[in-house]
Design a protein around this ligand. Structure first.
Ligand SMILES: [Ca+2]
Ligand SMILES: [Ca+2]
Ligand SMILES: [Ca+2]
Length: 212
């Protein structure tokens, strides 16, 4: 998330109504004069509240009060250096996205489908994306509504392997491993996790273990 959707108070123009996307900015200070809370109201009805403790940014909450965005709220949390540590989005369709960061770099994203007891909005229940320290996608995992799980391993952003775990018993194997070799995909099936090569098996944990 960039800061281009908002302007700092000292950037606030005067006598230039309507030229900026925000409607009002109010800043509150603690007894020692440090910023405690800043509330920005945008023209589209989005309200952003930034909270500070002893001058350090703690949390930012954005709310889509006039329903002009496809989400309802986004909450950002920060680490001790002021870098973004976590961002949680609740979408209008009831699904959610939680992004976790290490030293300000995206490390993990967990998407959860709407929990309405009827399968939700999508044909999956949860998705996970794990990123390498350099920011490239390493593994994605999807838990389908039928229980089956699909893992995709990436190598420098290229799809390297796909593993399907049969949970609903519709397939004669438990694991189907597709490796994308230069000569074309190579498919191998396994009956138990013990037969799956360690390079993959080590990551085939129940994906909920990755979520917070
Ligand atoms: Ca909305
Ligand atoms: Ca679903
Ligand atoms: Ca299946």
């Amino acid at each position: 998330m960039s800061q281009t959707d908002g302007y700092r108070p000292w950037e606030a123009p005067t006598g230039d109504e309507g030229a900026y996307v925000w409607d009002s900015i109010e800043t509150y200070y603690d007894a020692s004069g440090q910023v405690e809370n800043r509330e920005t109201v945008y023209d589209n009805g989005v309200v952003k509240n930034e909270y500070y403790t002893e001058g350090a940014r703690q949390e930012t909450v954005k709310q889509d009060l006039e329903d002009s965005m496809n989400w309802d709220s986004i909450v950002f949390n920060y680490d001790e250096n002021g870098n973004i540590a976590q961002a949680t989005t609740l979408y209008d369709d009831g699904s959610s996205r939680n992004a976790q960061y290490e030293d300000g770099t995206l490390s993990l994203v967990v998407r959860m489908d709407t929990d309405d007891g009827m399968g939700g909005v999508y044909d999956w229940a949860a998705k996970m994306y794990a990123y390498a320290p350099d920011g490239t996608l390493e593994i994605s995992a999807t838990a389908l509504d039928n229980g089956d799980e699909i893992y995709v391993f990436f190598d420098e952003d290229e799809k390297a392997a796909r593993i399907e775990k049969d949970v609903d018993g519709s397939d004669p194997w438990q694991f189907q491993v597709t490796e994308y070799a230069e000569t074309g995909p190579v498919v191998t099936t396994y009956d138990t996790i013990d037969e799956v090569p360690d390079v993959y098996a080590d990551y085939l944990e129940p994906m909920y273990a990755y979520s917070i």
